[in-house]
Write a new protein. Structure first.
Length: 182
């Protein structure tokens, strides 16, 4: 009939248009991963009640205790001194600005570390305690850092982000089996 191919067909047959489309898709996915997923997780976090933080934190600690952590070998009086030093540092904070927390000591195959769980549990490893020689000032700084994660609900936000990445991967790849398993 004398009609040429439509623009879409010509674009599909041009390696330049295909390459440009691939680059644009990669840039879009990278931007979505970098900014979109964290923003969506932060927005969803507002809708999730604190009771979910407690459940996730308790479950995570139980799982870690079964797989990676052992009972602490730090003497009870040294543990209590660390907790007291941290409590003294927090006493200077405005009322209501400090989230509920508890500090637990564990021996670990993870090495020198401290981390916060969504329910406010801060795990301090014996290896970190030994590395800093039990220095209360250093440990207070580490614990304050982890308490900041609790206050900002970073643990639960990361769980939400991981779920969102699974949804995106399923949408892009067309395979939702990982999402369903999660």
């Amino acid at each position: 009939c004398g009609r040429g191919d439509p623009a879409v067909v010509r674009a599909q047959q041009s390696w330049r248009w295909v390459l440009a489309s691939l680059v644009a898709t990669a840039v879009l996915l990278a931007a979505l991963y970098r900014w979109g997923v964290p923003a969506a997780a932060q927005a969803a976090l507002v809708l999730i009640p604190p009771s979910v933080d407690r459940t996730v934190g308790e479950t995570a600690l139980q799982s870690l205790d079964e797989q990676l952590l052992q009972k602490s070998r730090i003497a009870d009086d040294q543990q209590q001194r660390t907790r007291a030093a941290f409590a003294r540092a927090l006493a200077a904070q405005p009322a209501g600005s400090v989230p509920a927390y508890r500090i637990v000591f564990r021996s670990s195959r993870l090495g020198a570390n401290a981390f916060a769980l969504p329910d406010g549990t801060i795990v301090l490893t014996d290896e970190l305690f030994a590395l800093v020689g039990g220095d209360a000032d250093v440990l207070t700084g580490v614990l304050a850092h982890d308490l900041g994660h609790v206050r900002r609900r970073h643990g639960l936000r990361l769980v939400l982000q991981a779920g969102a990445v699974g949804v995106l991967a399923g949408a892009v790849l067309g395979d939702f089996s990982t999402l369903l398993a999660g």
